[in-house]
Design a binder for this molecule. Structure first.
Ligand code: GAL
Length: 714
């Protein structure tokens, strides 16, 4: 059922949209960072431009925090310094991603117009002297933002240095002000059509919350006890839409004047306040900021997941790593630096997962202000440093990787992830706070990542026909059309694996009546009646899988926080050793098979915990517990085996010891460990684009190093 042709570039759907390729076809992989010349004198600008050139930098993001200089007093303009900077960069062959400076309004704005400042949930108005001090719903802020954007674009639209536009920075501000209340009401009116519709959706007969006038409806604010969960959920969506409107109105001003160059803004991975699926179509190029913690042993697996999300948000198109740290950040409690080797590894990992540009925050370390101790491409100690030599080295590596440009990856496996469902599942007052949705997505993704299996992220309602396997670690909210889509996927021969606490609630976060997973219980052949957060004794779960080929458990897995009271519906099927479990041989739906069951305590003894069932040509699994890592891994290993999923090496998916990723016709092997790892690569000689070394049979990947292998002779 895999149809790779359907992942060809989507030029049919977006014929006129500017893309990154105009830039990358000319410059190769993009390389650079945020450049804040307003902090430096002219001599330093000159030194910067020369050093950038020497390091292979070909793109810098300029002007992100320059509003107070560009507009020193309301309505005044001071562009002279920026003219000079852009001319200088252009003279040195460095392209510019020019930012609208709207992330940090000048102090005069908050001083003269306090209503532009955001108000928190407790009613406290946040102040200037930091950044991000704006309310997305303030028409005064938005008016000033539109004006400076218009003037900036008018001034530089013909400047040859400017090759891309960047709106604001990390849009993510929440506001609970009175102006926000007005905008929230308008949004709700559009959604529900009437106050009656809102009362119905919010279930306001509960606790006497019924609204009789729109003026009574407010954003969630500090209240004596729990807030209405649908009100919370709607406010999340509203906030995401309000920020998107801020982005779009600046984007539209740019587009009107410059339809040719791409417009972007920098995302923040699995950011909880913005539904990036809903935004993705608004960006010509998806960009992301990523700051994996070098002391977290799981951070590179998580980074790979985020990179897969970024690629998927853009429909598979190349994306940009817009910001990362060269070495240490300054905002954790204890900021352990990265080695240059680790910095290189992380950068090339992003390239492997679809990035066509690698940038940093920031070019030159700031001497003053809140980020003095954040690392930079040019540190306080200057160019004669290991950090800067690492930067120069990476520039050379990226130049060697020019053949990567535009390459796409192909996945037969997808992970379904939905922001609204995430928001609702972690809202207040549920069975447990220990189910962290993104953490679950990470754990499920990790099992694939370790086995070199390519993964896309999808929404449950997306077209799924190109995938063989869809994993849904948690879909607490599941709309009827989305459930029908998953059902059709299985009917079409796909395998669906559904995680715990899924298919519980409607889009309005009302609990669906019936045994769960309510709409899909018949698909998995089992259903649940009760969610069971566990006491300190936890629960033992037994399965043959725990001791399987990839299993590391002695037959018993200890679940310590959450399980569900499940039963098989319609009796148990037979687990055929040929993988024909749950089928009567005719391909018609059959009984479910228990894959794992509880061994204690009384009342749950022997109850199913993990089940699977064949349904037509497809299969459906249900995982009714937060399994410990090794047990979850064993389940997913079995799913991969059963579905015949291959690794990037073309072999049946099994742990590889390195990260293996295929992009276009290139094979990336990334060794995240401190020891060399040997990888079987077949007998055809493969050339490493980074070193020109030729490998065949076995390739040895040195510690904290990367091979980028091609069949094309060098
Ligand atoms: C990002 C931000 C940058 C800089 C960086 C430091 O979130 O966009 O401006 O503050 O963090 O890590």
């Amino acid at each position: 059922m895999t149809d790779h042709a359907s992942r060809a570039p989507d030029t049919t759907t977006r014929p006129t949209r500017p893309t990154l390729s105009k830039l990358t076809d000319e410059l190769g992989l993009l390389y650079g960072g945020d450049y804040n010349p307003e902090q430096w004198d002219r001599e330093t600008w000159l030194e910067d431009a020369r050093l950038m050139q020497a390091a292979g930098v070909n793109l810098v993001t300029v002007g992100v925090f320059s509003w107070a200089l560009l507009e020193p007093r309301p309505g005044e303009r001071s562009f002279g310094w920026l003219d000079e900077v852009l001319d200088l960069l252009h003279a040195h062959g460095i392209a510019v991603d020019l930012a609208t400076p709207t992330a940090s309004p000048p102090p005069w704005m908050g001083h003269l117009y306090p209503e532009t400042l955001p108000v928190d949930r407790d009613g406290v108005r946040l102040t200037y002297g930091s950044r991000n001090q704006f309310s997305p719903s303030s028409e005064v802020y938005r008016g000033f933002a539109r004006d400076i954007t218009r003037d900036l674009v008018d001034r530089y639209v013909e400047h040859p240095a400017v090759r891309m536009w960047h709106v604001g920075n990390e849009l993510g501000q929440v506001c609970h002000s009175d102006a926000t209340a007005l905008a929230f009401r308008t949004w709700l009116d559009e959604r529900y059509g009437s106050l009656d519709g809102l009362n119905e959706a919010w279930g306001t007969t509960f606790w006497s919350q019924r609204y009789s006038r729109w003026e009574e409806v407010v954003p969630p604010r500090r209240a004596p006890y729990l807030i209405n969960p649908t009100q919370e959920l709607d406010f999340r969506s509203f906030t995401s839409d309000a920020l998107r409107a801020v982005y779009r109105e600046q984007r539209d001003i740019i587009r009107e004047r410059d339809p040719r160059r791409p417009v972007t803004t920098n995302f923040m991975g699995f950011f909880p306040l913005v539904d990036y699926w809903s935004w993705a179509q608004d960006l010509d190029v998806v960009s992301d900021d990523a700051y994996p913690d070098p002391v977290d042993p799981t951070s590179l697996a998580s980074a790979a997941l985020t990179q897969d999300l970024m690629r998927s948000l853009g429909g598979g198109a190349p994306w940009l790593l817009m910001e990362q740290a060269v070495s240490a950040v300054n905002w954790r409690d204890h900021n352990v630096p990265k080695t240059p080797a680790r910095m290189r590894l992380e950068s090339l990992q992003a390239v492997a997962h679809g990035a066509d540009g690698i940038c940093f925050f920031q070019w030159r370390a700031s001497r003053a202000g809140a980020e003095r101790f954040h690392s930079a491409m040019l540190p306080h100690a200057g160019a004669d440093t290991d950090v800067h030599r690492g930067v120069v080295g990476l520039g050379a590596d990226l130049a060697r990787l020019r053949p990567v440009v535009g390459g796409r990856s192909r996945a037969t496996v997808a992970i379904a992830f939905d922001w609204s469902s995430w928001w609702a599942a972690e809202g207040e007052a549920g069975p447990t706070r220990r189910l962290r949705v993104v953490e679950e997505v990470r754990r499920w993704h990790r099992a694939l990542w370790e086995r070199g299996v390519a993964v896309d992220l999808v929404r449950p309602g997306d077209t799924l026909g190109e995938y063989d396997l869809v994993l849904a670690p948690n879909l607490y909210l599941l709309d009827e059309p989305d459930a029908a889509n998953l059902r059709a996927f299985v009917a079409g021969g796909g395998t669906l694996v559904l995680g715990p606490f899924s298919d519980v609630a409607t889009r309005d976060a009302h609990v669906r009546p019936g045994r769960f997973p309510v709409q899909l219980a018949d698909l998995v052949g089992a259903s649940g009646e009760e969610w069971l957060p566990l006491d300190d004794d936890g629960l033992d779960v037994v399965s043959d899988l725990w001791a399987g080929p990839d299993g590391v458990l002695p037959g018993i897995a200890h679940v310590d926080s959450y399980v569900e009271r499940l039963r098989l519906d319609g009796g148990e099927g037979v687990d055929g050793s040929d993988g024909s479990h749950g089928t009567d041989g005719s391909g018609t739906p059959a009984e479910a098979v228990v894959v794992a069951s509880s061994s204690a305590p009384a009342g749950l003894s022997g109850a199913p915990v993990v089940v699977r069932r064949r349904s037509g040509a497809g299969r459906a699994w249900y995982v009714g517990a937060l399994l410990p890592d090794a047990a979850l891994d064993a389940v997913l290993a079995e799913v991969l085996r059963e579905s015949g999923t291959l690794s990037a090496l073309g072999t049946p998916a099994a742990r590889l010891g390195v990260e293996a990723v295929r992009r276009g016709d290139l094979l990336f092997l990334l060794n995240h460990t401190g020891s060399p790892v040997s990888v079987p690569v077949g007998s055809t000689p493969l050339t490493d684009l980074l070193t020109s070394a030729v490998h065949s049979g076995t390739a040895v990947v040195p510690p904290v190093d990367v091979l980028v292998l091609t069949e094309r002779p060098s």
